[in-house]
Design a protein around this ligand. Structure first.
Ligand code: GUN
Length: 296
């Protein structure tokens, strides 16, 4: 192996500690804690785990956590009423509606109702438009985590060739915008891209966000490239040694023989998402309260 393994867990722990310090400074200046509201509809086991760890991390960072758990058969109107109530609640700086919503609920309508100034997930059309227009706003957490890791590893990203594999609203599109804002030359590749391996091979920075287990192999990687793997895929239980393992979108074994640096799965991008959510909550709280603070 030649690649340095990027320790996202350690980076995220440091970021959470910095957010915690700044959250205390915010509380002293504003006379109240920064607050994050998380809405979970239904009983999806993975979502329950995410929501629990988000609540725990929020409290650990010295912020107020408001959890709203609703049954799977919640009516659209009731969910919209809750979001409207959170929009109007001054103690709430950030609102996160855990996705996916149970069938029968319209995600787009629910997300669209979130006050863009409380949109700590960066998912509303206004947040996406602000990002694309270079205006200040809240940026989706996983893309921000990817950017922080790449910048920590490579320093100034100006002029670098970045290839993003995947064009989702949650990751691919926003991470491409963030890299563009850092003066990278950005290519967004996707399932219809012709000769994907050839496109990826020119990248100094690869962001893999397709959701296909171990699709990107060492042969696709330019020697020395920085590889950021957003994928979290569970291999089927029956596959010999692999049985039920969590793997990324990148084949770590072959890619790490060629890359300059690479994020592992788990322990790479994953831990950055919650850390960035806390960071966004603090940024939203400062803006809403008119309190200034250190860049984080
Ligand atoms: N479900 C999986 N990832 C996310 C995320 O980043 N935000 C929300 N709201 N739901 C998710």
């Amino acid at each position: 192996m030649t690649a340095a393994v990027i320790d996202g867990k350690a980076f995220a722990a440091g970021l959470r500690a910095r957010v915690g310090e700044q959250a205390r400074a915010f509380e002293a200046a504003a006379g109240r804690k920064a607050g994050l509201a998380v809405v979970l509809v239904g009983e999806d086991p993975a979502s329950q785990v995410y929501v629990r760890s988000k609540g725990k991390a929020t409290l650990e960072a010295g912020m107020a956590s408001f959890e709203h758990k609703l049954p799977a058969d919640t009516a659209q109107a009731d969910l919209l009423a809750l979001v409207a109530k959170l929009n109007a609640d001054d103690a709430v700086d950030g609102i996160l509606v855990q996705l996916p919503l149970p069938s029968g609920l319209d995600e787009k309508t629910v997300i669209d109702l979130i006050d863009p100034d409380k949109d700590v997930d960066g998912l509303t059309p206004l947040s996406a438009g602000r990002l694309a227009s270079g205006l200040p706003g809240l940026v989706p957490c996983t893309p921000l985590g990817c950017l922080m890791l790449a910048r920590d590893r490579l320093g100034d990203l100006t002029g670098k060739e970045a290839v993003v594999i995947g064009r989702s609203v949650l990751v691919g599109k926003p991470v491409a915008q963030l890299l563009l804002a850092e003066n990278c030359t950005v290519t967004i590749a996707h399932s219809r891209t012709r000769d994907l391996a050839q496109v990826v091979r020119r990248a100094d920075i690869v962001i893999a966000a397709v959701g296909r287990a171990e699709m990107v192999t060492g042969g696709w990687i330019k020697p020395g490239a920085c590889v950021i793997d957003v994928g979290i895929n569970r291999l089927p239980p029956g596959e010999g040694e692999a049985k039920g393992r969590l793997v990324g979108d990148v084949d770590f074994a072959s890619a790490s023989a060629v890359a300059g640096s690479i994020t592992p799965v788990p322990g790479g991008v994953g831990p950055m998402t919650i850390a960035c959510l806390l960071r966004n909550t603090l940024v939203a709280a400062r803006r809403r309260a008119g309190v200034r603070g250190e860049e984080i």
